[in-house]
Design a protein around this ligand. Structure first.
Ligand code: PHB
Length: 544
């Protein structure tokens, strides 16, 4: 089991000021994240040290918030939990302003490019433009790495003060295998060979001095053999301090550490100059409306679930969502207003989050989110796909209607549809869906809703599909087969997939399809879209 972080055992905030259920609920989300997103209740019991009844009440509450799903015997992180990390990333603004520059550099070099921020004595990724081949580990948004085993860490440490160095030395001594960093391979004993031998503390001190002198840094296989990176700091134009660090990551089979400097560094520097210009000329953030009245639904949930709903946990977890673009630093009153919580409740929640290292109190009596918020589910969920997001919703729909349901995308030439996910019904006579199978787009309900979304002038039948928002194919493809489909739209409102229910003409009339199936299909599409929009706010989610 990974060592508890220093923050979790910190006792600066008086125990009486913190909210116990919120501490325990955040602990459950962290353990699930470290485990890759799924744990059984008994594994959660062991990982958290909590009683089973407590684990059950916490997971029931998190399930009510759509932050986890109870899937058979397992507790599984659900995409909605990414709204916490999204609040941090939106408040930070760097992914929004610099992400496209990082992506363009990755395309130009055909290498991975990342953006990282400092997180105490670690670095944490806030953007990844991944071109990584199968040869090496690839990090996700939210992954935390020990500063001394990375190129960005040497740059961030040029700003460390004496207490930062002291914290780092203590961590190196108390966690000799880097167990607190589940994203990296463990640090190994010296005897195992030069490539992954642990370096003495003095080696990092020297790398930091070089980084200070050169203004850039390299990682020559500090994480694992083969993985190399070169990094340049992106400075905040207003303070001159490091806002984040941009890195190009490669493999020794393509670039030695020496060619990183000669070949890639000049192009990285050009990109960083453009990033700094972007920060200098960016319009001020546009604060959206604060998410008002978040806390009111908790009362209703308490009435419905009773003892199984831990209201103080649900209320406490609404606090991070008060932050966002243009809402990076909030006062206690701002947080109370945005969440609908009483001031005393908001204050205790903020102190609890501060104790957990998720919120930092600023000298002007405002509060800000820390990168540690990304520990709450972000890394595993940021690598999901639309079919994976959709599957639980497809299963729920198939169970509700007792009919098979499927998700499909259009092939690149637009001529066919390809199934990407499906859920069967338990009827004897049922339509079988094979993921990967293709059908002619124009003859299927799934294809028609996707074709109807094309910009070009549409034939009348497709124009009608577009206007009504669904397609119904009645025994055209196969005698007896009746299929109805609706689009699944991305954040830009493009139909990226279609969702259908197939039935038999003998089982449901056309009327039944419109009155019973269509509303359920639309509701399911809305759930899938809600998950997709949350998950894809700061990272692309593949549609197949
Ligand atoms: C990465 O983006 O994966 C990365 C960046 C810098 C490093 C190591 C890995 O030093």
């Amino acid at each position: 089991m990974p060592a508890k972080s220093a923050v979790e055992t910190d006792t600066r905030v008086e125990a009486g000021d913190t909210v116990g259920p919120l501490l325990r609920g955040v602990g459950v989300l962290r353990r699930l994240t470290e485990a890759g997103g799924t744990l059984s209740p008994s594994a959660l019991e062991r990982a958290t040290g909590l009683a089973r009844s407590t684990v059950d009440r916490i997971t029931a509450t998190l399930a009510r918030m759509d932050y986890v799903r109870l899937d058979g015997r397992d507790v599984v992180l659900a995409p909605r939990v990414m709204e916490l990390g999204n609040a941090y990333l939106a408040a930070l603004r760097l992914p929004e302003l610099l992400g496209a520059h990082a992506d363009a550099l990755a395309d130009e070099l055909d290498e991975s490019v990342s953006l990282a921020v400092a997180d105490l004595d670690g670095i944490r990724f806030i953007h990844q433009a991944t071109r990584r081949r199968a040869m090496s580990v690839s990090f996700r948004i939210g992954d935390l790495l020990p500063a001394e085993r990375t190129a960005p860490g040497a740059l961030f440490a040029t700003e460390w003060k004496q207490p930062d160095w002291a914290r780092w030395r203590t961590r190196r001594a108390t966690d000799p295998t880097d167990a607190a960093f589940p994203a990296v391979p463990p640090r190994r004993p010296q005897a195992e060979g030069p490539a992954d031998a642990p370096l003495p503390d003095s080696a990092f001190v020297q790398r930091v001095e070089r980084a200070r002198r050169d203004g850039w840094a390299v990682d020559d296989q500090l994480i694992e053999p083969g993985l190399v990176a070169v990094s340049v700091p992106v400075r905040d134009p207003h303070t001159g301090r490091l806002a984040c660090v941009a890195s190009v990551v490669s493999h020794t089979s393509r670039h030695s550490a020496a060619d990183l400097r000669g070949g890639l560094l000049p192009r990285l520097r050009t990109a960083v100059t453009a990033m700094e210009t972007e920060l200098r000329t960016a319009p001020p953030p546009r604060p959206g409306p604060p998410p008002s009245g978040l806390a009111t639904w908790t009362t209703a949930s308490k009435h419905q679930l009773g003892r199984d709903f831990v209201e103080s946990l649900a209320r406490g977890l609404t606090v991070p969502t008060a932050f966002g673009e243009g809402r990076a630093a909030l006062s206690l009153s701002d947080v109370a207003r945005a969440t609908g919580l009483a001031r005393a409740t908001a204050r205790r929640a903020l102190l609890t989050h501060e104790h957990l290292g998720l919120v930092q109190a600023l000298p002007d009596r405002t509060f800000t989110l820390t990168p540690r918020v990304l520990d709450l589910g972000f890394p595993p969920l940021s690598r999901t796909t639309l079919p994976r997001l959709a599957e639980p919703h497809l299963r729920a729909l198939a169970t509700r209607l007792h009919e098979p349901t499927a998700l499909a995308v259009l092939t690149a030439d637009g001529k066919e549809i390809q199934y990407t996910a499906g859920a069967g019904a338990s009827r004897v006579l049922t339509v079988h869906i094979t993921v990967g199978a293709r059908l002619p787009a124009a003859q299927t309900s799934l294809g028609r809703v996707l074709l109807a979304d094309a910009g070009a002038p549409l034939p009348p039948a497709l124009a009608e599909v577009r206007a009504q928002g669904y397609a119904l194919v009645d025994e055209e493809l196969e005698s007896g087969l009746r299929s109805i489909a609706v689009p699944v739209r991305d954040r830009a409102s493009r139909a990226v997939a279609a969702l259908n229910v197939a039935t038999h003409a003998a089982r449901r009339t056309l009327e039944d399809c419109l009155h019973d199936v269509l509303p359920a299909l639309r509701e399911t599409a809305a759930h899938i879209e809600s998950d997709l929009h949350t998950a894809s706010r700061f990272t692309p989610i593949p549609t197949s």
